[in-house]
Design a protein around this ligand. Structure first.
Ligand code: ATP
Ligand code: MG
Length: 434
């Protein structure tokens, strides 16, 4: 609670909540304990506390401390300092690491105004100011992300009324929503993401400015937006996130061409395709299986690719996938436009091109050429994409069945025999005239 600028932390004792040290990996408890023993304040913070309170398994465990990064480094042999703008300590545990962040002051509480640089629109450009526990709580985005778990007595520190918001299952921005979105417009995407992930509502004052301020997302670097799209759509709650993006009219700032495709006369078809793919991805993640950003983007950009082909050459989705040259030309166009919004790393865009180009071959090759495709390193991803297209009723010449069967055969000769039953249906090469 904040009274006349002085806030009183709310200590929730272990009797009044369900988080226990046994819910936290021993290695993380040891890090916090060592910081405490060295005389520093240290807590578990953010997503892990929130997730444990609502019964979700935390993705990772973050630590916040009064120790400076150099002080943290001095205490841990396996510590590496990262980040140029804001120094963070990573404590390495095998292939994993625990992030230890020094308490930071947000813009309001920083006191030293000059330490927090803003753009004309109010966006924070730099905020390299260390602060107190209280300041650290207030600089965070949503109240439910600003809880601290004290491992010494299993109590929780709540400066921002987060426990009540957890109870009400709602996301509330700390401070004035308009200002907080201007400081960092990505918080609008984070609102949609956490609402989808947690099944929380967005509190009305937090929701209200989103429509008006959404165009501030145009100022965010495409590399950061690429990461946000992955977090939104490839973290196990993709269907709900897409729905939230649509409801809050935010999709146009991330994937404007995909957004445009959803508004065409084939919009319903494209929407079902995206939902089907995101459903599959959510199910894979729930089973602990891996997913690939290239597959996600191959699906997201397929509708605009097809729409572009319709506009320029009349090739309709029901005609099957166009040959490689046409696909490559369309892909150039689509990537050239998309990278201004989300920066797709080269390794992914190449993979997407390969998957798209293989569609025509999967639909048309027979005999030895079909057999040869099995060894292509993108075969599996392209096959999954073909299945999705077939599920959506695109004309894939009913080839998914054949590719499913051929993969089930162990013997190469059997695979060859099956491949030879498939006539080659691609465009024949014209004989050179003598
Ligand atoms: P997830 O489980 O999805 O990782 P998280 O809450 O841990 O959720 P992160 O993006 O990992 O989210 O951020 C860690 C913490 O840092 C958040 O809980 C929040 O307190 C703070 N934070 C992250 N991004 C912002 C932001 N843009 N503005 C203010 N605080 C932020
Ligand atoms: Mg996190």
């Amino acid at each position: 609670m904040r009274v006349c600028g002085i806030s009183t932390p709310n200590r929730i004792s272990s009797a009044d909540h369900a988080i226990r040290c046994r819910d936290v990996p021993r290695s993380v408890l040891n890090i916090v304990a060592r910081l405490n023993e060295a005389g520093h304040e240290a807590y578990l913070v953010g997503g892990c506390v929130r997730d444990l309170l609502i019964g979700l398994r935390p993705k990772d465990f973050d630590v916040a401390t009064s120790a400076t990064p150099d002080e943290v480094k001095a205490l841990f042999r396996n510590c590496r300092l990262v980040g140029r703008r804001f120094r963070l300590a990573h404590i390495l545990l095998g292939r994993d690491f625990i992030e230890v962040a020094t308490f930071r002051a947000g813009q309001e509480s920083a006191g030293k105004k000059q330490a927090v640089a803003h753009s004309d629109s109010g966006r924070i450009l730099s905020d390299n100011v260390y602060g107190s526990l209280e300041q650290d709580a207030f600089r965070r985005d949503f109240s439910v992300n600003a809880l601290y778990f004290d491992v010494r007595d299993e109590s929780i520190v709540d400066y921002v009324g987060a426990m009540a918001d957890i109870e009400a299952r709602q996301l509330r921005l700390i401070g004035d929503p308009d200002t907080r979105y201007r400081e960092d417009p990505v918080r609008m995407l984070r609102a949609v993401r956490f609402a989808a992930k947690l099944g929380f509502s967005i509190e009305p004052h937090t929701e209200a400015p989103i429509r008006e301020l959404s165009d501030h997302l145009e100022d965010i670097p495409p590399a950061r937006l690429f990461d946000e799209v992955i977090k939104l759509l490839q973290s196990g709650h993709g269907v709900a996130s897409l729905d939230g993006l649509w409801q809050h009219d935010l999709l146009r700032y991330l994937l404007p061409m995909t957004y445009g495709s959803l508004l065409t006369e084939r919009g319903d078809h494209w929407r079902r395709m995206l939902e089907q793919a995101l459903n599959n991805t959510d199910a894979r993640l729930a089973q602990g299986k891996s997913t690939n950003p290239a597959f996600l983007y191959a699906v997201l950009l397929w509708p605009p690719l097809r729409e572009w082909l319709i506009e320029t050459g009349g090739a309709m989705p029901e005609d099957g996938a166009p040959p490689v040259m046409q696909i490559q030309e369309a892909a150039n166009e689509i990537f050239d436009r998309q990278i201004h919004y989300t920066a797709i790393p080269k390794r992914f865009s190449q993979m997407i091109r390969d998957m798209w180009s293989l569609q025509h071959k999967l639909e048309n090759y027979g005999g030895g050429r079909a057999f040869g495709l099995l060894a292509n390193k993108r075969f599996r991803a392209a096959y999954d994409f073909l299945l999705l297209r077939e599920e959506m009723g695109e004309n894939t010449k009913e080839r998914a069945n054949f590719w499913t069967q051929i993969q089930e055969l162990d013997d190469e000769q059997d695979q060859m025999d099956l491949a030879s039953t498939q006539a080659h249906r691609g465009p024949r090469r014209r004989r050179r005239r003598r």
